[in-house]
Design a protein. Structure first.
Length: 190
């Protein structure tokens, strides 16, 4: 795949193992412009899912019928049903076929708060969006976006607007006993 400039940097970033890329995208901006409703969110929390043989909770281990989108690798996305009826956005990482992915767990609305409120059918008391289902709903992402190329699709990943000063790593929820991996990453904002 021939890429230049910013697209090349995004592709290189996502081509890292998921646990490394999940840290590096903290503070970056993700945006959509569906039906002329532009929304931009700064990513403040991610969760990495590694290779099948390394990560007990790998997405390839979690689904009986593995969605085709999970094997595409970067620069593609996967939109999967998780946590009941919620849809979650995963940025694919690592190499093609690895099934590595980064779940976008929370963020801060930078632009388009009015559109976010309309999509979520709720008035926001602050600019924080917590939970993967709320992220996809806020951005207007649905199953139709599954397998989109982040470099040429309707979803855009942009550089962070300020350096990451502090981030913490912790275990994912529902981690299996004995799993010492830190796969969940949170940006600490001042």
């Amino acid at each position: 795949m021939e890429t230049k400039g910013l697209n090349n940097r995004v592709l290189k970033l996502l081509s890292q193992p998921a646990n490394k890329a999940a840290i590096d995208i903290l503070g970056m901006r993700i945006s959509t412009n569906y039906k002329n409703k532009f929304v931009e969110i700064m990513i403040t929390e991610t969760e990495a899912y590694g290779k099948k043989n390394i990560d007990n909770l790998s997405l390839l281990n979690s689904y009986k019928n593995i969605p085709t989108s999970l094997t595409l690798g970067p620069p593609y996305i996967s939109v999967l049903k998780t946590y009941g009826t919620n849809k979650s956005l995963f940025l694919l990482a690592g190499k093609k076929g690895s099934g590595e992915a980064i779940l976008i767990k929370s963020g801060v609305v930078l632009l388009g708060k009015r559109h976010v409120e309309s999509r979520r059918k709720t008035k926001m008391k602050h600019n924080k969006i917590i939970g993967p289902g709320n992220i996809t709903k806020s951005l207007g992402i649905d199953f139709i976006n599954d397998s989109e190329n982040i470099l040429s699709g309707s979803l855009n990943l942009s550089p962070r607007i300020h350096p990451v000063e502090r981030a913490i790593a912790m275990k994912r929820k529902n981690t299996k006993r004995g799993d010492k991996h830190l796969w969940r990453f949170t940006l600490i904002l001042k």
